[in-house]
Design a protein around this ligand. Structure first.
Ligand code: HEM
Length: 153
């Protein structure tokens, strides 16, 4: 490898030529509008909104923006907590993970985000599932079940 190409380190800004996806959503103003709408939907959602009741909405917007921008190749650094640390205490189930994914899909459709951006974004989100929830995507947390127990006899 030529020594003109420095090794990539965690948290390091990517080279500007890799920010095409970030530019495709309108750069900072475009992505901030998408994330603001997305986070508002998360906080107000009937299924998962309760998880955010003690969270600081403007902080979540700011950190989700950085995380998404970085992932789309913007030359910025994510300054939030590591993803597993931010979510561990919430004991997020597979179904809750899927609900956030659905809200993200709907948000990207609302903002007419092109498929060459939305597909890798959604795939990247799915790839983080094991850092956020311990059970499979289509499973519920067994300790949260409200199914009636079958009693013998
Ligand atoms: C790949 C998927 C996800 C990503 C990229 C993501 C990203 C983030 C980021 C960047 C933060 C802010 C961290 C900080 O404050 O430093 C955050 C916070 C949070 N996220 Fe997620 N998240 C994901 C999935 C989920 C899911 C599935 C849920 C629940 C259904 C969820 C619920 C929360 C909550 C409740 C907070 C506030 C944490 C707190 O302040 O205690 N997240 N998330």
């Amino acid at each position: 490898m030529p020594d003109t190409l420095p090794a990539k380190r965690a948290g390091e800004a990517p080279p500007p030529e890799s920010s095409e996806l970030f530019q495709a959503v309108g750069g900072e103003p475009g992505l901030r509008a998408i994330i603001d709408h997305f986070v508002d939907r998360l906080f107000e959602d009937v299924m998962i909104g309760y998880l955010f009741r003690a969270a600081d909405r403007s902080r979540v917007k700011a950190k989700e923006y950085e995380f998404a921008a970085r992932q789309l190749g913007a030359p910025i650094t994510y300054s939030g907590r590591p993803i597993p640390d931010a979510h561990r205490a919430h004991r997020i189930t597979g179904g809750q993970f899927m609900r956030r994914l659905q809200i993200l899909k709907e948000t990207l459709l609302t903002f007419r985000v092109p498929a060459n951006v939305s597909e890798p974004w959604l795939a990247h989100t799915l790839s983080l599932q094991s850092e956020i929830t311990n059970n499979a995507l289509d499973e519920c947390d067994p300790s949260h079940t409200n199914r009636a127990r079958s009693t013998p006899g």
